[in-house]
Design a protein around this ligand. Structure first.
Ligand code: SF4
Ligand code: SF4
Ligand code: SF4
Length: 325
């Protein structure tokens, strides 16, 4: 897709204004769980990506101010099986997701139309329609906005990593030694802050495209209303005799990939490991009974915990203003 057209269509549609408020907690795993009508969805045409990494650089530059600055030494954790996760000395790493790298390019050597070829796959949060990371965060630190993006509030997150466990792709990445847990129970609760792509929510608020979309010289990504992007993905897949990922995965995601080869072929050809999301056919995790139950139990607690966290932060700020020493 022509990036200029994508840009124009994005701004013309006024979709950039769709949304900053956080959605009310909804029942998970049901058709009513989300309101995809107002959602923005990104579409990535994998046949166009050349793996140049401009998007990765743009993401890092845009979010430099959001990256963690941990204090050391880290408090020792009780129990001591709680692992320290420290990427502060590996901030330059780009070949996996980290708290300092929210977008990475994966590679797969495959055969396309009889020719051996490398396909490049930009990976970051999928922005699920019904995100388990949001619904299962016990502290209300992960939120979903009306435009469908999900993000983690770094001032409320305690770094317990429930979101990473709940995420089928294990996207959020933890940095120890930062965040609220240091002020509350540094040895007993949490272990830092979780970080991931926030789909450039601050840029979207200003009517700007996410940095990675804006920076791509090949027009790999486009963004627009969910239904429109689904239709575009289907049309593109038909044109190239290709395949779509994200329509059904985890109940549907606001990120759609179109590939000239089947996704199980890509999945099998890709390197896997921590910080390297797979392309497996994940079912709807929020439709699973234990997650439905957990989300219903957690909803009031998460709201209470988030409010308590905000009050704590306010008190801390007031105390600092009164005694700057
Ligand atoms: S991909 Fe993972 S981190 Fe992103 S919204 Fe879905 S569950 Fe959350
Ligand atoms: S949408 Fe923004 S935060 Fe997400 S990968 Fe792109 S540039 Fe990074
Ligand atoms: S998505 Fe665009 S900017 Fe990113 S690696 Fe692919 S071609 Fe380069």
């Amino acid at each position: 897709m022509n990036p200029t057209l994508s840009r124009r269509a994005f701004l013309k549609g006024g979709v950039a204004t769709a949304a900053t408020a956080v959605t009310a907690t909804a029942l998970p795993g049901t058709a009513e769980a989300a309101d995809p009508g107002g959602y923005l969805t990104t579409l990535l045409d994998l046949s166009k990506c050349v793996g140049c990494g401009e998007c990765v650089t743009a993401c890092r530059e845009t979010h430099e101010g959001d990256f963690p600055r941990p204090g050391k030494p880290f408090p020792s954790m009780i129990p001591n099986r709680v692992p320290v996760e420290d990427f502060s000395l590996a901030q330059e790493v780009e070949d996996r997701l980290t708290p300092y790298n929210w977008l990475t390019i994966q590679e797969a050597e495959v055969t396309v139309n009889g020719e051996n070829q490398t396909l490049y796959i930009p990976r970051r949060c999928m922005h699920c329609v019904n995100p388990p990371c949001v619904k299962l965060c016990p502290w209300g630190a992960a939120v979903q906005e009306k435009n469908g993006l999900s993000r983690i509030n770094d001032s409320l997150c305690l770094g317990g990593a429930k979101c990473r466990k709940a995420c089928p792709w294990h996207i959020p990445q933890r940095q120890t030694g930062v965040g609220l847990y240091l002020d509350i129970l540094p040895s007993l609760a949490g272990n830092g802050v979780m970080y991931k792509c926030d789909r450039c929510h601050q840029r979207l608020k200003k009517g700007e495209l996410p940095a990675c979309i804006d920076a791509c010289p090949e027009g790999v990504q486009s963004i627009g209303p969910r239904e429109e992007m689904i239709q575009k993905a289907k049309t593109l897949a038909k044109e190239i005799n290709g395949y779509i990922y994200g329509l059904e995965e985890n109940g549907g995601t606001n990120t759609l990939y179109v590939s000239p080869v089947p996704f199980d072929t890509l999945h099998n050809a890709m390197e896997k490991g921590p910080g390297l999301p797979d392309l497996a056919p994940h079912g709807n995790s929020m439709a699973m009974a234990e997650n439905v139950g957990a989300a219903m139990l957690l909803a009031p607690l998460a709201g209470f915990a988030a409010a308590a966290g905000r009050i704590f932060l306010k008190l801390k700020q007031t105390a600092k203003e009164e005694d700057p020493s």
